[in-house]
Design a protein around this ligand. Sequence first.
Ligand code: NAD
Length: 353
Amino acid sequence: MNVLVVGGAGYLGGAVVDLLLRTGHHPRVYDLLLYEESYRKPVDFSYGDVRDVERLRHEFVRADAVIWLAAIVGDRACDLDRDATISINEKSVAFLANNYHGRILFSSTCSVYGEQKDASLTETSALNPLSLYAATKIASETYLSKKNALIFRLGTLFGVGDTFSRVRLDLVVNTFTVQAFHRGRITVIGGEQFRPLLHVRDAAQAIVDSIASPITGIFNLHRQNVRIGDLAFQVRNHFPDLIIESIAMPATDARDYRVNSDKARSQLKFAPVHSIDAGIEDLKNILEANRLQPIDNPRYVNARHLAGVNNLSTVPNQFDVVGPSRGNGHGETIVLSEIANPSAKQNKPLAAA
Ligand SMILES: NC(=O)c1ccc[n+]([C@@H]2O[C@H](COP(=O)([O-])OP(=O)(O)OC[C@H]3O[C@@H](n4cnc5c(N)ncnc54)[C@H](O)[C@@H]3O)[C@@H](O)[C@H]2O)c1
């Protein structure tokens, strides 16, 4: 199939495109290269903005399916320019829904659940968006609800997706791994919140597996719900000298959710194979080989990189951007109240491992 991968130059896009190539599809990447200096993967590429609707309309003509990954991703990144975020994350998806009538695979997020104590949130659970990022994804889901579309509410991704694309280091497993490697120390602020985690290549697999399927609707996608404090200790298994610091302070990021992906497992035959340990090892190997240079390049962290990009609002924007203000503008820092060492079964804050 001719597959248009919108946002295909990103972290998840790199893994998706590799898999499309391996499974005999013909991907074409449409991307603004917000984080990359070049796109070197040997596939068709179109440099463009999702707000440039005439370009997009032209791209849709050739596509048997559209995989839509483009977005400003992350709470803090979305708050930098809220109008641009609404335009890129939401208005462009409304345009997609109104102007493309083939198969759509859309990446939403489990952040739509916000903070909830239910230990097994399903696709029909109440939503509780705590950020503009989550709100734009909910709006997008609504636009696509009557389309031939599969909507994946992805957990927080981790690991290395492919050999070309930027590895995101602002995702909790990757962040902890980099901190462990470079500082020998992880700072966990609290530790009780849960995040559903998923290897980036398992996410890509689920998306590509469903391209030709007739199934539509919303699907949670995660491998494991993990308490952030426990995750720090899991990372320490790979860095035995690691010091884990705990800082008790009130949460500014209240997100705390555990999801259930049974629907994807039964209806889509979703079967993730890559463990958190494998993701940590993959990234550790790259770090040990000094392949990410310099490691403090803002490029690896969406919000830090975009804070230095002044033209997000000046690229062609053909949407009417009059969105209501949404979310509460919470940052994305992981702020937790307590840390527990699962192996020692203790709940006391730890200053050092
Ligand atoms: N990575 C995660 O943990 C995670 C979790 C849940 C959902 N998601 C969703 O998966 C998708 C991909 O995420 P990612 O981690 O690869 O993010 P990413 O930031 O690495 O990739 C996003 C891509 O979209 C492109 N893009 C942004 N604005 C654009 C515009 N105006 N026009 C054209 N292209 C534009 C960027 O250049 C980038 O290549 C996003 O929709 C995100 O919301 C990701």
